[in-house]
Each structure stands twice: as C-alpha cells, then as structure tokens.
Design a protein around this ligand. Structure first.
Ligand code: CP
Length: 317
C-alpha cells in the first residue's frame, strides 16, 4: 500500500495485517523501552490544516516510537496564513525529503491531491466530511481486542452522520470486518441516501437495546452552515445517549472530542462500558502500523536491519 487515503483502499486482508502489526506494537509498548528502530533516519511530516488533539499527537508519538524524525506543521502560524497554497506548501515541505506526509484538511480529496504532488507516502488524517481512515482502523482494533471478532456484531452509529468523516470510514470498515451497521439520527443529519454505504438507516433510538456496540458522534456545529436542528435541548431529548437508554452490557464508543451532555451524558462517558480512552490509547499503535504499512508493506525491520514478517510474536526484542 503506497498511500492510505480511504478505507476503500483496503481489503479485509490488509486491515487484518495492520491490526496484527498494531497488536505487535502494543506488546512493544508494554516494555520499559517502547521504541523500535524501524524508521531510524526517516522523516514523517504532520501537516494539519484543522484542529486536532488525538490524531496529531498520536501520529507524532507513533513516528517517534518508530525512531523517525518528526516535523509538525500546523496551518495557524505557518505561511498558509500569508496565502501560500496547498500545492506550494507541499512542494516546499517535500524539499526536505519526507518519507511520509500525514495530512488533515477541511477539504475532501486534499490528501489525494497531495499524493500527486510529492514522492512521500501520504496518510489521510481526516479530510472534510469524506474520510478518517486511521480512526476507523483504531476503532476496529479496539473492538477486536474486546470482542475477538466483529463478525455478526450489531453496531449502531448515532448522531451527526451527515458531517462525519468518522461515520463514513467506520461504516465501511465495520462492514468489511463482518458487522451489521445501523446509522441513527434526525433525518436532517442522517439522510436516507446513507443506505448506499450498505448500512441500515433509522431516525429513532427505539430498539437501540438490540445493539452490541453504540458509537456516538459529535454534533459538528462548526460544519453546519444552516439550521439542521430546532435546538440542542430537543436534540439531546431525542438522541442523547445515557445509561437510561442503554443497557450495561452495551459497549460505548466516541471518536472525540466529546460535547458532554449533548450527544452523550457525562456519566456514560466515564462509565465502565465506555471504550473512549481505549480508543485514544489504540491511536498510537494503530498509527505505527499504518506508517510501517505505507513504507514497507507488510514487513518490519528488526534492529539488525533484517526484514521480519509481522506476526503475533514480538520479534524486535
Ligand atoms: N478523533 C479525532 O480525530 O480527534 P482529534 O480531532 O482530536 O484528532
């Protein structure tokens, strides 16, 4: 795999390979020395045109755990503020010889354009309402760790699906791994056309007790240029996830950041059925696996420079 632009780029075997590599890196993360030398002398550039806490910090940590050099460029404070175009910014940063450019952009398709302008491998860290493939991969990883398999798993994704690149990526990834996916929310935020992704579409939380996993989405008011909701109070009354509506056996996920008390209650976020912090933690090892995948296919280098297959057994001792 040369670039990771969309979950559509991956088949089930490639997803399995990334998850196996992530599990291997999770074992490394439990050791006193958490770094492997796989990317020594390599350069990873994180180019972020939108705000981020989890994705940017975990890509930085992932690259550092692989012993790469890391350059973080955020639009705010850069020459983007003087009007430099995306093309010229990428041409400028490419002069430093990066091996990987990780990009987040408010514009759908921007990572694909960047892939055409640089020799570096490109990883999409979120582009507009389009895709957030590494979020979906880490969500699959967390669920597999918890449930063993997603085969036949009933997953409900609740909230602002319309504006959510996470929802689009997760629907595709969960279905590829054998889950049954339902998207739920008001008709303005969950249009019937979403069924084209292969999921069920619902507009009420009735029957949510049937779900094995409930995945809450942030209400993305910054992407709403028109009135999608009568009020936040009415939205919360009809769609907020809380322990009244969910059973204790149901697992709860959210990609973050969370609007506490809007799409999900504070007590549910902090409850033992919440996987939200596990999702954050998984971001490092899954992004390590993605960086390795785009640079080396399915193989890792051991400290002596020998190529070794990724397997469940730790091989970089
Ligand atoms: N889930 C996610 O993409 O979070 P950040 O915006 O903090 O990176």
């Amino acid at each position: 795999m040369r670039h990771l632009l969309s979950i559509e780029d991956l088949d089930r075997d490639e997803i399995e390979r990334i998850l196996s590599a992530a599990a291997f890196f999770a074992e490394v993360a439990d050791r006193p020395i958490k770094k492997v030398p796989s990317f020594r002398g390599r350069l990873v550039i994180n180019l972020f045109y939108e705000a981020s806490t989890r994705t940017r910090s975990s890509f930085e940590l992932a690259a550092k755990r692989l012993s790469a050099d890391v350059l973080n460029v955020v639009a705010s404070g850069s020459s983007v503020e003087k009007g430099e175009s995306l093309h010229d910014t990428v041409a400028t940063l490419s002069a430093y010889g990066p091996d990987v450019i990780v990009i987040r952009s408010p514009h759908a398709g921007a990572p694909g354009l960047v892939a055409g302008w640089t020799h570096a491998a490109v990883v999409n860290a979120g582009d507009g309402k389009h895709q957030h493939p590494t979020q979906a991969l880490l969500d699959v990883y967390v669920l597999r760790q918890r449930l063993g398999s997603l085969e036949g798993c009933d997953i409900w994704i609740v909230g602002d699906v319309l504006h959510s690149r996470v929802a689009r990526s997760c629907v595709q990834a969960f279905i590829k791994m054998g889950a049954e996916v339902t998207v739920v929310g008001p008709p303005t935020l969950v249009p019937a056309e979403l069924a084209a992704l292969g999921c069920n579409v619902r507009h009420t939380l009735e029957h949510i007790g049937e779900a094995d996993v409930v995945y809450a989405l942030r209400l993305q008011q910054e992407r709403m240029s028109e009135d999608f909701l009568p009020s936040l109070r009415e939205y919360a009354a009809n769609y907020q996830l809380d322990s009244r509506r969910l059973k204790a056996r149901q697992l709860v996920m959210h990609p973050g950041p969370v609007n506490r008390g809007v799409e999900i209650s504070g007590e549910l976020i902090d409850s033992s059925q919440s996987l939200i912090i596990e999702q954050v933690r998984a971001g490092i090892v899954v992004r390590m696996a993605v960086l390795v995948e785009v640079l080396s296919g399915s193989r890792l280098r051991d400290p002596g420079g020998q190529r070794v297959a990724v397997s469940a057994e730790p091989q970089l001792a």
